[in-house]
Design a protein around this ligand. Structure first.
Ligand code: F0G
Length: 457
């Protein structure tokens, strides 16, 4: 087979600044070993996130010029609404400035203290927004989804048995909605099968509980279904996405991922009563319902991004480029969550840096080493993000996994950038036992990974 090439050519370029290892060591120390504190200009290859980091297409930039900036009833709003409805199929849509705003508004309306939200895996902002309402965020991903080395085509699936048990245990009235995150970011960017979506939907319908998608990476999920699930090979990603959404009642969306834009999100649903209350809250904090905290041009760019993201050539390249990185890391013996995710590779830092116990934050330590060695910025998804300090003993309670995510921005880096990342891993592989652990010197009460500080042990 021929090389799967980037299905685009480049006509605007952004130079990268080359700095040396000694300078990077100083910069990281000054950043208290927290990569969120680095200036982006000091990063060579930025794999911190695939969120808001996509390169927009020429058609999206053209839409930026065409954006209608009217306060109410802008043409760009209706373009976005049409596009969202043609894929998601729900009755109502509210634009928001990003995904977490959609989450906060939805959860403010539907949650009360003591309630429970099941999900395959809540993303950190989703969990924080559930907990902020005094409710409990429960992760019900299948057991296979928790074993990094295990290969399984749909490791993001939600355990239907556990969901039934939770509903029985807590009572239906405590569970105002069930969520499925596609793809399952916190679980390794792993997809959810159509079969699983249908099964979860059936349980929800039986108990009259609305089902919502956290749909950030819905197009990547749809393409995985096409590649891996029987009966979907001949369907288009659009047909698959529509079928996915047909089994649920609404979705929160960060347009910064699979709508290929740098800012934006939306909340979409069928429920008239919830929608009305959400629209009222939107006006309070985001803006009038036809712009929701975004400029008209942002709405226009989202509409265009949604038209592009389900293109098969794009999705083929997208999934192949992440798999390419995975294949080469595999050859180097670097353990990661198998199979490669849709938007990222999640390196199993706990397994690779097995000389460091979880209390010494192997994920953060690997992230720091990747930056110092090669100027690569990644993000720890492990004890720093999901662990906590025991209030009685002050000891670190580790997360179930210590992963380092290498998230690939959409349409931004070429294969040679990825080859460079592989070379840096090859160099680290030689001296991995020398990578030292880290310890917290400061941590805030919630979402601690963003502002925590560390020292090297
Ligand atoms: N849900 C999931 C699954 C996410 O991955 C994110 C963001 C959000 C919700 C929130 O969306 O950032 O637009 O408010 N994930 C980014 C990431 C930040 O790096 O994975 P947002």
């Amino acid at each position: 087979m021929r090389t799967i090439i980037e299905p685009f050519r480049i006509k605007a370029v952004e130079p990268l600044r080359m700095i040396d290892e000694a300078e990077r060591k100083e910069l990281l120390k000054a950043a208290h070993y927290n990569l969120f504190n680095l200036r982006a200009e000091h990063v060579l290859i930025d794999l911190l996130t695939d969120s808001g980091t996509a390169a927009m297409s020429q058609e999206q930039w053209a839409q930026i010029m065409r954006g209608d900036e009217s306060y109410a009833g802008a043409k760009s709003y209706y373009e976005m609404e049409d596009q969202v409805r043609s894929i998601f199929g729900y009755k109502h849509m509210l634009p928001t400035h990003q995904g977490r705003a959609a989450e906060r508004i939805l959860f403010s309306v539907v949650l009360r203290p003591g309630m429970v939200v099941p999900n395959n895996n809540h993303f950190d902002t989703t969990r924080a927004n559930v907990e902020y309402q005094g409710a409990e965020a429960v992760d019900l991903v299948i057991d296979e989804g928790k074993v990094p080395s295990l290969d399984h085509p749909f490791k993001g699936n939600l355990d239907v048995g556990k969901l039934e048990a939770l509903i029985r245990d807590k009572g239906r009235e405590k569970i105002p909605l069930v969520m499925i995150t596609v793809t399952n970011n916190s679980g390794g960017g792993q997809p959810v099968s159509m079969e699983n979506i249908k099964a979860v939907s059936a349980v929800c319908r039986k108990h009259h509980i609305p089902l919502f998608f956290d749909a950030c990476r819905f197009a990547e999920n749809a393409y995985f279904i096409k590649l891996r699930e029987k009966g979907y090979q001949d369907k288009t990603p659009l047909e698959i996405a529509r079928e996915m959404f047909s089994h649920a009642d609404g979705a929160t969306m960060s347009a910064k991922k699979d709508a290929l834009v740098n800012i934006g999100g939306f909340l979409t649903m069928n429920h008239d009563g919830w929608f009305q209350q959400c629209a009222n809250l939107l006006i309070l904090t985001e803006g009038f319902p036809t712009y929701g905290g975004l400029a008209g041009r942002d709405l226009a760019a989202i509409a265009q991004g949604l038209r592009e993201v389900l293109d098969e050539d794009y999705l083929c390249y997208r999934i192949a480029s992440v798999a390419y990185l995975g294949k080469h890391l595999e050859e180097l013996g670097v353990p990661f969550v198998k199979p490669a995710g849709g938007h990222a590779i999640f390196v199993d830092a706990r397994a690779w840096l097995d000389h460091l116990p979880p209390e010494q934050l192997p994920g953060q330590a690997l992230s720091a080493a990747l930056y110092e060695k090669g100027g690569i910025r990644s993000v720890e998804i492990g004890t720093v993000m999901f662990g906590h300090q025991d209030p009685k003993t002050g000891k670190e309670v580790p997360a179930t996994m210590d992963l380092v995510r290498l998230a690939i921005p959409r349409r931004v880096y070429t294969q040679s950038h990825i080859d460079y990342v592989i070379e840096v891993f090859a160099e680290l592989a030689k001296g991995r036992k020398k990578i030292r652990g880290l310890a917290f010197t400061y941590q805030p009460p919630f979402l601690r990974h963003f502002t925590a500080r560390f020292k090297r042990l």
